[in-house]
Design a binder for this molecule. Structure first.
Ligand code: KE4
Length: 432
């Protein structure tokens, strides 16, 4: 029975008059799947409800932050307690020290850390640290990886792979994009080629150590180890953008899982418990360039905001003291992936599933996706039909093929089994 969306339709129409595209972040606008985005009224545990009263099992989880589900009591109590003490002081607090302690304890390569208010701020600042510390200007990223909307990251490969980047968005100065080179994920030789073409000019290599933003793409261990060895040899700062993977794939993120330590790490999402927090950190010799310890400027009115620190600390402390959560999340991830994969194999559907732990993607292609080239072969229209078939049955997946879904600790085994059956049934419906 199709769900009604009158109130969401009305709010979307009104919002578009005052907010560009009716949303405050493009990913939410349902552009990739069509139709009206659901305006959400409330959430609890694994569930969200829209303004028309429709309930959904939530596999976006605010695009990653809600790893414990919505309204976890420890987080709600921490925020309520702090709110009564003050929302923001613009002065240092013990909460920020405790957050720095916990991040440095949980993330293997981080020995010093600076709080900011978003993943974008974290990645912009991390490449500035790399440039300040090395005196070099070029940054290598990977096609298909997303690191926020900073000018340096809105850059695609020029005509030839070794050429300097070109803007992917109006408003990005050519000079900013030109300082970014684009390599191919899981292809170490593409990085070696760029470094050889620009000897002594590359400040940093930045990547998602497990990609979420072209859909879930897993690196080979050789690729990560090769990047580590190349960056060490060439004096290039290796940056793991763990905004999505941090505190999700393991307490210490992807770097703990793969045992490869970057020089700098960027964090976001889970670290804030649902409130705006980003962070960057790593080797002390690098972080000591950051003002006021060093000359590299970076600042923020609400960086380390006490309310956000209270929420983030509550979430991280819970994860740190209940580490069995990660194995349970991985088991739930396997249930979803196995159900979809076996149906696709049984019926010969061109569908593959890639995941690490509780983040994953159902790709509508028969290729194994190891870089953007393969991701680009997906049948995004059929994905859109599958998305809507599931939404109308109360399952809220990321509204685009090139995103990852997220399972939370609040999703019960029954929730996940029901979702798995619906996902498999949904394939039958869209391939009928
Ligand atoms: P924010 O500035 O959105 O907090 O973080 C940017 C960012 C940086 N690095 C990675 C690996 C990220 O995934 C992100 C943000 N991810 C998107 C989802 N693909 C956030 C959703 C949105 O843009 O609304």
């Amino acid at each position: 029975m199709p769900l009604t969306s009158h109130r969401s339709d009305e709010l979307f129409r009104l919002s578009q008059e005052l907010i560009p595209g009716g949303v405050n972040s493009p990913a939410r606008a349902f552009k990739a799947v069509g139709g009206t985005p659901r305006f959400i009224a409330r959430a609890q545990g694994p569930m969200i409800w829209d303004e028309d009263g429709n309930g959904y099992l939530d596999y976006i989880g605010s695009w990653g932050p809600m790893i414990l589900g919505h309204g976890h009591p420890a987080i709600v109590e921490a925020v309520q307690r702090q709110a009564a003490l003050g929302m923001s002081y613009g002065a240092p607090t013990e909460l920020e020290f405790r957050m720095a302690q916990l991040v440095c304890a949980m993330v293997p390569s981080v020995e010093q850390v600076r709080m900011v208010s978003s993943g974008t701020e974290a990645t912009m600042s991390a490449i500035r640290v790399a440039r300040a510390a090395t005196g070099r200007e070029l940054v290598i990223k990977f096609e298909g990886c997303y690191h926020g909307h900073g000018d340096a990251f809105l850059s695609k490969a020029g005509s030839g792979m070794a050429t300097l980047g070109e803007p992917t968005s109006p408003g990005v100065p050519r000079g900013a994009a030109a300082c970014t080179l684009n390599a191919r994920y899981n292809d170490l030789s593409s990085v070696q080629g760029l470094v050889a073409a620009h000897p002594g000019e590359v400040a940093a290599v930045i990547l998602e150590p497990v990609v979420g933003n072209m859909g879930c793409v897993v690196p080979t261990r050789e690729f990560l180890a090769g990047l580590r060895e190349l960056c060490t040899r060439e004096g290039i700062v290796l940056i793991f953008d763990e905004v999505m993977t941090g505190f999700r794939l393991a307490p210490g993120g992807a770097q703990e899982l793969f045992g490869i330590h970057p020089d700098l790490t960027t964090l976001g999402k889970v670290i804030g418990g649902g409130l705006p927090v980003g962070a960057y950190g790593g080797r002390p010799d690098l972080m000591q360039v950051v003002s006021p310890a060093g000359p590299m400027y970076q600042a923020g009115t609400l960086s380390g905001n006490p309310l956000a620190m209270a929420a983030g600390l509550a979430q991280l402390e819970h994860l740190n003291s209940h580490r069995d959560i990660f194995a349970a999340l991985d088991a739930k991830g396997a249930v979803l992936a196995d159900a979809v994969l076996s149906r696709a194999k049984e019926r010969g559907y061109p569908v593959t599933v890639q995941r690490v732990g509780s983040m994953g993607t159902v790709f509508f292609t028969d290729k194994q996706v190891s870089s953007w080239d393969e991701a680009a072969t997906c049948d995004t229209k059929r994905f859109g039909r599958w998305f809507w078939w599931l939404l109308e049955r109360g399952v809220y997946l990321p509204c685009a093929q090139y995103e990852a879904y997220f399972i939370s600790a609040a999703h019960t085994s029954e929730d996940v089994s029901r979702t798995a059956s619906l996902m498999a049934e949904g394939l039958d419906a869209v391939f009928a």
